[in-house]
Write a protein that binds this ligand. Sequence first.
Ligand SMILES: NC(=O)c1ccc[n+]([C@@H]2O[C@H](COP(=O)([O-])OP(=O)(O)OC[C@H]3O[C@@H](n4cnc5c(N)ncnc54)[C@H](O)[C@@H]3O)[C@@H](O)[C@H]2O)c1
Length: 249
Amino acid sequence: MSTPPLQGRVALVTGAAGGIGRATATALAEAGAALALADLVEPPPAPDALTMAVDVTQGDQVRAMVARALERFGRLDILVNVAGVVSTGAAAALPEGEWDRVLAVNLKGTFLCCQAVIPAMRANRYGRVINIGSMVGKNGGNARAWLDPAELDRAGNVAYGASKAGVHALTFFLARELAADGITVNAVAPGPIASAMTTSFPPALQALIPVGRMGRAEEVAAAIAFLAGPSAGFITGEVLDINGGMWAD
Ligand SMILES: NC(=O)c1ccc[n+]([C@@H]2O[C@H](COP(=O)([O-])OP(=O)(O)OC[C@H]3O[C@@H](n4cnc5c(N)ncnc54)[C@H](O)[C@@H]3O)[C@@H](O)[C@H]2O)c1
């Protein structure tokens, strides 16, 4: 039997109690990685995994999370920033607090986690960072709002889209900053994926997806596991679309 590709590697996954986070943890474990799993509420125990309750918007909690993972496993090879919140609302009426909440989790939280792992990855001259962007960070938002203007407030998602566009830019910057240290930084940009985040999406949305269905968390996780693996060493600064053909760039 061949050695699993992530054997001997340690992966830290945030948002690990959610749909994509759970699927990512499963995919990385199947590929042989040891896991540190974090979410707002401690994720359910998994065999040999370190589980932690962490709010990624809080720098002190994020740094303590990384320290605990290093203490437990002695190394950190892979960071997957899955923690995120969804938000809807058109720009004209968006409360300032909603903008701050979404940017704090999706963009600042991702930045803080990336920043916290740099010293350990640099010291090993090896690292794989995978961020979760979004199709709506690229395409100006959900088409429903333009198909039916009455839906603008419910289907608009300006704060979410801007936060994910920020994640894409963060990925580009970190890829360049860390390339010489053997650390790759990539993102995936999912379209609509069936999860707790998307249960309220109307069935009509599926008509807008060329492959005719929502994506699956496992399909996002498989791409993440590839980017986390040894064969992806020359890929950095990439934002990989996983959207069933809904948006191409
Ligand atoms: N589902 C989709 O269609 C879709 C599409 C594009 C991108 N995404 C992104 O994928 C990621 C995962 O989404 P999902 O569909 O699994 O949703 P989900 O709601 O199932 O999972 C998100 C997880 O993040 C955690 N989280 C939220 N705030 C946090 C914080 N401050 N600190 C730590 N953890 C926090 C939540 O508790 C939850 O477990 C998110 O970043 C989301 O924006 C999802």
